[in-house]
Design a protein. Structure first.
Length: 129
């Protein structure tokens, strides 16, 4: 399916997130799928750890870098069930995958201003207002 046709389907547009934030999440996650650790050439997207239809948000803490294959396999399923499946397919320990997802979610996004953390940039914006 052509990319424009794919994105025109309900819920398939990437306009829900800015390119800069998407790139910051990819950078935070090392540019690899947090589940299967495949090479980025497979195509990357973002996965909602807690699916939107189950109350999840678009906050960075709820988004992780994911390859298209893992995102398609998971769909709206539970994280634990999906991780057990991926662990078996990739011969990884499921606890390692869960730990990696948890650690990734706790990391701060890189700031667009070199040398400043995201919190420092926010404070500077608040002070100047």
């Amino acid at each position: 399916m052509a990319s424009s046709a794919w994105n025109s389907r309900k819920g398939r547009s990437s306009s829900w997130i800015r390119v800069e934030r998407r790139q910051a999440i990819y950078a935070r996650d090392g540019g690899r799928c947090v589940y299967c650790r495949c090479d980025p050439w497979r195509g990357l997207t973002l996965d909602h750890v807690k699916p939107r239809n189950k109350g999840g948000s678009n906050e960075s803490r709820n988004l992780v870098t994911c390859c298209y294959g893992c995102n398609s396999k998971r769909q709206h399923g539970s994280l634990r069930g999906f991780v057990l499946r991926i662990a078996e397919e990739t011969e990884q320990d499921w606890r390692d995958i869960m730990a990696r997802v948890s650690a990734t979610r706790r990391r701060k996004l890189c700031s667009s201003t070199p040398g400043k953390s995201q919190t420092q940039s926010s404070r500077a914006a608040d002070v100047s207002s």
